[in-house]
Write a protein that binds this ligand. Sequence first.
Ligand code: SF4
Length: 422
Amino acid sequence: MKLRLIYPKWPKLTGQTEFHLPPHGPVVFAATLPPDVEVEFVDENVEIIDFEAKVDLVGISMMLTSQVKRGWAIADEYRRRGVRVIFGGIATMLHAEETQAHADAVFIGEAEGRMEQVLADLRKGALKPVYDYLDDPSPVELVGPARRSILKRELYNYKGVRMVDLFHASRGCRFNCYPCAVNYLGGRCFRPRPFDKVVEELAGIDNNRLFVVDNSLAQSKQWELDLFREMIPLKKKWCSHPIEDDDEVLDLAAQAGAWYVYQAVFDTSDFIRRRIERYHSHGIAVEGTILLGLDEHTEDGIKRLVDFLLEVKLDLAEFTILTPFPHTRSRDDLANDGRILTSDWDQYTADKVVYKPRHMSPDRLLELYHWAWETFYKDEPQTYKMYKLLQKVVSKEMADGTFVPRRGDLTDRRFGRPTNED
Ligand code: SF4
């Protein structure tokens, strides 16, 4: 059977440098398919879909709300041509009901151990409209190495630098942050993968640079310590979501190859200042993820926040606007207050204002969003800050002998070095 697995395109944030990482959901899903299924992967962010090519089944994998309308349009086109379409992925789970109108089947939940049955139903002509395993996650021991062989690696480069590969060591999250849907998607339960599976997969990835995409590593101190000890001999270099604020953990993380973290910066408190200082003091860089438009955000508050980011020397910053995605507490609250302006999912890109902010007009919040990007990157362009971050990983690799020279790694000219430093 030939399955064409499609990842619909979505627009990058306005202000963000455009590069594309190899996606994670589709390669994890592909690993759940029996070996006799021939998978052809098409990432519409980096290539064009050939609707004429012959396939037996189309799978559409959606991660973001801003992909869903495009995913539906792709499905409509295939179904018009008589090809059956099955949807899966995080955004399918968030938009399951609406997606049914465009699908032969909608798969909700984790696919490990389930796809044989779905494919058997398909062969019998008895595909169910919905496979709902949302409340019944697969045993985490079943998660095998992602099937990265389906990726066209040459499409994931930026200025000659090979992009990181994505990897996960756990599922779920014990937290319940305000704008986040992870609780709905995975239950409030942290589920680590067995370490032998983690090490087996890591050792098999033909890339020294990784993005460990676990929701947050700061789930359990003992687990982090054990994980990092297992990772040290592999000499990988990696970025991740937050790591526990603890000297022993940060020290081991650095030894295990921690390169930089994505850290939410929500205020100008000493707590956040210390958090960033402590990452830096362990040689770990920080990319701040800054959500604008929370109910406590005033115009002055947003301006102070951007000054603060420059003062604490964040290595990179990514600004987004609060977006009330389905199945989040923020959507419930804004809907109850009658403050949601649109549910056109194409507008849910996190760089548009789709609700009424508390302290300013939607237009003013949008202006401040653009102002934040421009102000943070005024003296050093984003591409040059990215280059400096790249130099950090190159130094770490040179120190432990894992550096593999590639076009782009050692030349700063194409990264927009500021002319006043020439
Ligand atoms: S820690 Fe991250 S994944 Fe977990 S609830 Fe908060 S935002 Fe979501």
